[in-house]
Design a binder for this molecule. Structure first.
Ligand code: HEM
Length: 510
């Protein structure tokens, strides 16, 4: 049962509220709300000048940054401008701005029709924009530009992406058993803390379990059994902060936080010796992966910095945000949803002789839909960038816009994936949205930097961990509901995602 302190719209199931063919008005009030069909076919839209401006140099970006973090907050920052300009495409500045980023000017995309231009590599370049309009110091990645910052046109992109594909492929058979072992340990800790305190904070235990799971699954080594011990998650947190501080808020008073985080990079020396400890763990545990790197033409240390980055930033960072989110949405779904999930999961596992396997998981449509719905409603990486390679015309639902070569496009994904012209009740968590015919909508679920119906390749920038992420998220729900009938939560905020406290946890009774 969800905590009463949460403000949630009543949970609805899709058969009551969703009609695939029904035209739906835009969810951004004030944005043109003419009902349009849910197709994205173009019908010669009028060319419109991209509305909005960047303000005076220095002053405009500074004012926009304060609005974004403190005076309006991120969602209102975008929503209020969309309303003011009556458009889901407009010009604005994105933090941090000068002096960290010399050019903060972007064209903002907020709807499901314009957003996918960010995946079209004939139109946009993805070089050095993983974190947006600035790049963190290379001292934080061993002096290398790691894969996430490379455009597919750069020769190293294909080599390094193949290395990550190899890492994922070689861990395939370990994922299900190691997830079970490590999360069993997490559940035992949750229960023991719960029985002493009557509630338990989920995030720290989640971080520890995720990191140990990744060590076991990817490298066959539990970090807790090495010199690194239990320090991995706290080191990564510090290292992530140094890379992301220009675009994060820690909830401090603005007059303190803004100059501290957003006007200069925090010195990387703060984390140098800790990073070395992490690096040593990876170097010592990943011999066969580094051998493969050499075969692909990548030096051992460059491979090691890359697998460290993919494991700690891409994967651990993603799971750190996404797992609490998943429990948040399923927790808010309340007892009825949780009962249905427990029944579905237990019945599929029973029919599979009591064994968790890929094929058993395929027979859990509601559970699979809940994972996709969470990825849709709260994509773990919400900000995406792409720089125009040429002049072209960009279309939203309502208008066409001329984009010039060299301009930076920025998509705020949570608005694109709540676009009511695509998703009925887009602002609501609809647990069975992607069941049956609803699967057709998966092409608009783009958390992996591409449609859920497409696959990562060496020629694109789609996340190579796409299938891994979907699998481990499913495993979290499967293991959870094999052990518990229901749970309740309280939700707080943290610098990266939601902070979850479990306030009730009922062991399986049926
Ligand atoms: C919840 C977990 C994850 C999330 C939310 C996530 C999300 C993303 C996103 C949004 C991008 C594109 C960023 C951009 O260019 O704008 C990306 C790229 C990438 N991700 Fe993931 N990811 C996750 C897990 C993983 C895993 C498990 C791996 C590998 C072990 C991985 C490795 C990468 C790499 C290497 C790239 C760059 C791809 C390229 O350059 O072609 N990620 N990820």
């Amino acid at each position: 049962m969800a905590s009463a302190s949460l403000s949630v719209s009543p949970l609805r199931y899709s058969n009551k509220t969703y009609s695939k063919n029904r035209p739906i008005q835009s969810s951004l009030s004030g944005v043109p709300s003419i009902p349009v069909p849910t197709t994205t076919k173009s019908v010669s839209l009028p060319i419109r000048k991209i509305p909005g401006d960047y303000g005076l140099p220095i002053v405009g970006p500074y004012k926009d940054r304060l609005d974004y973090f403190y005076f309006q907050g991120r969602d209102v920052y975008f929503k209020s401008r969309a309303e003011k300009y009556n458009s889901t495409v407009f010009r604005a500045n994105m933090p941090p701005g000068p002096p960290i980023a010399s050019n903060p000017n972007v064209i903002v995309l907020l709807d499901a029709k314009s957003f996918p231009v960010l995946f079209d590599l004939s139109k946009v370049e993805k070089k050095d924009l993983f974190t947006g309009t600035y790049t963190p110091s290379l001292d934080l990645t061993g002096g290398y530009r790691v894969l996430s910052y490379l455009d597919p046109s750069e020769p190293n992109h294909a080599k390094l992406k193949n290395l990550i594909f190899f890492l994922l492929k070689s861990s395939r058979d370990r994922l299900i058993p190691e997830f079970h072992n490590i999360f069993l340990g997490l559940f035992e800790k949750l229960e023991s803390e719960f029985s002493s305190n009557g509630k338990v904070a989920y995030n720290d235990l989640n971080d520890q379990a995720c990191f140990n799971f990744l060590g076991k699954a990817f490298y066959g080594t539990n970090p807790a059994d090495t010199k690194l011990g239990e320090d991995g998650p706290s080191i990564i947190q510090k290292w992530l902060l140094l890379q992301l501080s220009p675009i994060l808020s820690l909830g401090l008073p603005w007059a303190v936080e803004d100059p501290l985080l957003h006007t200069s990079r925090l010195p990387s020396i703060i984390v140098r010796s800790d990073y070395q400890k992490l690096y040593n763990f990876f170097y010592e545990s990943s011999g066969p992966i580094l051998d493969e790197g050499e075969k692909l033409g990548v030096k051992r240390d460059e491979s090691c910095h890359n697998i460290l980055f993919s494991t700690c930033f891409n994967t651990f960072g993603g799971m750190k945000i996404f797992f609490p989110n998943l429990l948040k949405w399923v927790g808010r779904g309340g007892a009825l949803l949780q009962r249905k999930l427990a029944e579905e999961i237990r019945s599929a596992i029973k029919s599979n002789g009591g064994k968790v396997s890929m094929s058993a998981i395929e027979n859990m449509p509601l559970m699979k839909s809940c994972v996709y719905e969470t990825l849709r409603i709260e994509p773990p990486v919400p900000l995406q960038y792409g720089k125009a390679k040429q002049d072209f015309v960009l279309e939203s639902h309502d208008a066409a816009f001329e984009v010039k070569k060299g301009e930076m496009l920025f998509g705020f994904q949570p608005f694109a994936t709540k676009d009511s012209r695509i998703f009925g009740n887009g602002e609501e968590f609809v647990p069975d949205r992607f069941v049956g015919e609803g699967e057709e909508l998966l092409k608009y679920v783009v958390w992996s930097n591409g449609p859920e119906t497409e696959n990562p390749t060496v020629g694109n920038k789609q996340c190579p961990g796409k299938d891994f992420v979907v699998l481990v998220s499913r495993l979290l729900l499967v293991e959870f509901f094999l052990r518990y009938d229901s749970f309740a939560i309280e939700v707080g905020t943290s610098a990266l995602g939601s902070a979850i406290t479990l306030t009730s946890l009922k062991r399986a009774t049926f």
